[in-house]
Design a protein. Sequence first.
Length: 371
Amino acid sequence: MKFVGASVGVFLVIFSCFWLYLGIQKRRLIRAKQRFFEHNGGVIMQQHMNSLKNTTFKIYSEEELEKATNKFSEERVLGRGGHGIVYKGILEDGTVAAIKKSKVMEEHETKEFAKEMLILSQINHKNVVKLLGCCLEVEVPMLVYEYISNGTLYHYIHEKNFRAHFPSDIRLRIAIESAGALAYMHSSASPPILHGDIKSANILLDDNLVAKVSDFGASKFVPNDEVDIATLVQGTAGYLDPEYLLTCQLTDKSDVYSFAVVILELLTRKKALYFEGPEENRSLASSFCTAKNDGNFLEIFDALVRDELKLEVLEEIGDLVMQCLSMNQEERPTMREVAERLEMARRSQRHTLAEERSEEEIESELAWRFN
């Protein structure tokens, strides 16, 4: 009996120590989450949210996002990039969301994170992916965006399993919608926002192939008293503005250069960097500039584009792209001008098609009446 009593006593001591250990670990975890929350600007964000009316922005717990993504399952991965991994998540209310788990964040970025997230949450543009909320109780904050169903423009253009037929009118519309979103960010948002990593992989498409600009991991806010922002160079090879590479000064014209490469991707179905042909022509931007200067730039366009778009429209877009790719930022148009000129080109093309259809209808009607 003494042995049994001693065994029970030892068991109770071990059991008590185990629960004590779990309690200590739980308190440590709670304190760590609280430290991350405060360090990531959670208190400031909560205060700002309380002062806003009708805000739909939400601060999520780590547990909520783990549950939404099935503990960040590999099966839920939507994409991987330089700034982190994006997962498909189903939130508690049934909303399907894209949850971005970032890799790292610089100290100076952390200090401004709460303020910048609040500004981004106020962006309400039909061609910008909506920011639904964030999680701040982790070392690197996680972001929750609306889920866009049809993947990226990059995959739509380049992946073989997507539709081979990609009408030129839809390509122009996607370019116009994306340019309009960036123009809004540059000139209508307060403060203005520079995207910093424009590429086809950061433009999403919904079920109706409507463009949605996404991924603001490299974005910068323009202070009221300055236009250029000195920063560590971020972005993607093939899209980076050469002047930004030299000066480390990110401007709205840096986005214009990158967007010109996206226009070329849309119209050529070539990647920003490719490895066929001579080494000097492995950049889509440089290949196009060389072809334009040699007077044979039409050959670089996709055959469908050459068939569907009239020559004047192709020449207008070619001239626009060349201006956007200028080595001198001051010679580049603004993003608003880019959007307007693309819209004019599309209207010109559609006007011609309408006239052609009208003539065909008249001829068809006459043939029916007199035969």
